[in-house]
Design a protein around this ligand. Structure first.
Ligand code: UDP
Ligand code: MG
Length: 373
């Protein structure tokens, strides 16, 4: 792996863990011969974490600190780290020492095989049962609803190619869905087993509320991924169905009254039909308002985050690259949207119908080819 690696570490009250964490990182990454920087994001700590970070950063140029004004949550902290880091590759890890820096070289290896994001999969998880059981349910639900076959969406240890962190945006508590958001954006996501350690200092920042919030965030992420460019297809679809059902019900009652002379004033069906029409019209209107928002955003021009690369014709380097791509297409599992490792690996996903870098050879842009950062 060539290029600078940025370690982005969100920190909220982890004062006692930071010094040993940096020592471990130095040991593991120097041994692996990696060039790296550490970007701490102090997410409003009140236990002196910032002072510890300052002390650690003082003697060296490869530690940077982003201090937030108050606690904004892990997703916001990660987003700030992504914005400030300078690496060609990025690794996120928790600041509580539950993630092991020795895993980093293995975690970044698939990035050289054409993957854009590698999510850690915690083995023999060192957390209490009241955390691991709901977590299994959470991962199962996310797998089923998103179709992305990862085992452990919420692992703090993940590696990214630069363009992923430049493209995706997470906020609130959406850090749990980073692999989903990345796959929805067309990036290729895979997972790698990593070890997990018991918390030795400080406390977990998340209680039972994480599950309620996680469920609400899942709906947001699913909605944005599928319908942000076409909200009326969701709301208008359900609304139209309800209106049709309501009209049929009321027609039936009208016929019953006018032709068969039955009284209909006391029939529950009357109310049900009216309700279906009213709610249907409301949903349809909601969809139209959603389209107004989508339309005014679309007027700003096409979303540049959707573009993987631009190819300018007429360069010699392009001929070479095209030759390589042609060669690849005669060999199974190369030059297609799924690289060799992915074909053998059942946990690989490129969500949606647009696999990123489907034209092959994602690494190393040649003259005439601009990879979008
Ligand atoms: N964290 C953060 N802001 C928050 C909550 C957590 O930056 O509002 C950091 C925290 O300091 C740690 C990481 O996110 O480095 C994971 O948090 P935690 O260990 O509490 O989560 P758990 O391991 O219990 O899921
Ligand atoms: Mg933790």
């Amino acid at each position: 792996m060539a290029g600078l690696l940025s370690l982005v570490i969100p920190v909220y009250n982890e004062a006692d863990s930071l010094e040993p964490l940096v020592a471990e990182i130095d040991e593991s990454l120097r041994a692996a011969g990696l060039e790296y920087e550490i970007v701490f994001v102090d997410d409003g700590s009140s236990d002196g974490s910032f002072a510890v970070m300052q002390r650690l950063a003082a003697p060296r140029g490869d530690i940077r600190i982003v201090k937030l004004r108050r606690n904004f949550g892990k997703a916001a902290a990660l987003s700030h780290g992504f914005a400030e880091c300078r690496g060609d590759y990025v690794v996120t890890m928790d600041g509580d020492r539950q993630d092991d820096p020795a895993e980093i070289p293995r975690l970044i290896a698939p990035l050289d095989d054409g993957y854009d994001l590698v999510s850690g999969w915690k083995q023999s998880r060192q957390d209490p049962l009241n955390k691991t059981l709901p977590s299994r349910l959470f991962n199962w639900t996310v797998r089923r609803t998103t179709g992305i076959p990862l085992h452990d969406f919420n692992c703090g240890l993940k590696s990214y190619r630069r363009e992923v962190v430049d493209t995706i945006y997470v906020y609130g508590e959406q850090h749990r869905y980073i692999p989903v958001v990345a796959a929805q954006a067309g990036f290729r996501v895979t997972e790698e087993k990593v070890s997990h350690r018991r918390r030795t200092a400080g406390r977990s920042k998340y209680g039972w509320q994480r599950y309620l919030r996680g469920y609400l965030d899942l709906m947001t992420v699913l909605f944005l991924g599928r319908y942000q460019h076409r909200p009326q297809h969701l709301f208008g679809g359900i609304g139209t169905l309800l209106i049709l059902i309501g009209i049929l019900v009321e027609l039936y009652l009208t016929v019953d009254k006018l032709i068969f002379g039955h009284p209909i004033g006391q029939r529950p069906l009357l109310l049900l039909g009216a309700l279906a029409i009213i709610v249907g019209v409301q949903l349809l209107s909601l969809g139209l308002i959603g389209e107004l928002i989508a339309n005014s955003r679309a007027r700003g021009g096409p979303d540049q985050a959707q573009v993987a690369r631009i190819v300018e014709g007429g360069t010699a380097a392009l001929v070479l690259e095209a030759g390589a791509a042609n060669l690849g297409s005669t060999t199974p599992a190369a030059g297609t949207s799924v690289p060799a490792a992915a074909a053998a690996d059942s946990v690989t996903a490129a969500a949606g119908s647009v696999p990123a870098a489907a034209e092959g050879a994602p690494a190393g842009a040649a003259p005439g080819v601009t990879d979008r950062q």
